[in-house]
Design a protein around this ligand. Structure first.
Ligand SMILES: Cc1cc2nc3c(=O)[nH]c(=O)nc-3n(C[C@H](O)[C@H](O)[C@H](O)COP(=O)(O)OP(=O)(O)OC[C@H]3O[C@@H](n4cnc5c(N)ncnc54)[C@H](O)[C@@H]3O)c2cc1C
Length: 146
């Protein structure tokens, strides 16, 4: 998936590594429960800058940006079609009702909470998972992989 999403900007091909090869490459790694490894390349970027650039692009294109504002409910017309949202401004403790022709639910792992505001019986579409990013000194990595 990483390679496919990266497309031509990929930093290198991702490969599954057997348990034997993982132990060969990282001799100091804990062996208990080890199944194998995945070798992939990752980049680094300034995510707060990305958020600000995104906000700038919205404003440049005539949009209105609201921060610290949660959608707490969705409104519907007499035909039962969505036509707006109720927004609570956390900084002013104020509640607003806004009208909308279209609503995009882009709330990441919270997507189902908003979906249920439309349809209380909606099933679960996203299952949260967790992992960790562990940054180690390059001395832990064999020279040819640094
Ligand atoms: C620690 C960590 C490290 C990660 N590292 C990487 C990585 O290296 N590479 C990578 O590709 N991905 C990484 N990810 C995954 C990546 O961050 C997510 O896949 C991505 O942010 C999802 O984008 P999104 O726009 O769908 O949702 P999000 O970025 O989660 O945005 C959803 C937004 O909706 C808002 N929201 C939620 N509910 C409401 C509501 N009711 N009303 C108003 N707003 C609401 C939230 O506050 C949030 O701002 C990482 C994630 C974590 C947690």
């Amino acid at each position: 998936m990483y390679d496919w999403i990266a497309g031509r900007l990929s930093l290198g091909k991702s490969v599954f590594v057997s348990r034997k090869e993982t132990l060969k490459q990282l001799p100091g790694i804990k062996q208990e429960g080890l199944q194998g490894g995945v070798l992939y390349h990752d980049g680094q970027f300034d995510d707060s800058r990305l958020a600000i650039n995104l906000a700038q692009s919205i404003v440049e294109n005539g949009g209105f940006v609201l921060n610290y504002a949660a959608v707490t409910g969705l409104t519907k017309n007499e035909k039962g079609q969505l036509n707006g949202a109720i927004i609570v401004d956390a900084e002013k403790s104020a509640s607003y009702q806004v009208k909308a022709r279209a609503i995009v639910n882009a709330t990441g792992v919270f997507v189902d909470n908003v979906l249920k505001m439309d349809d209380a019986g909606a099933g679960q579409t996203v299952v949260a998972s967790q992992g960790i990013h562990l940054v180690v000194d390059k001395n832990f990595i064999p020279p040819h992989m640094r």
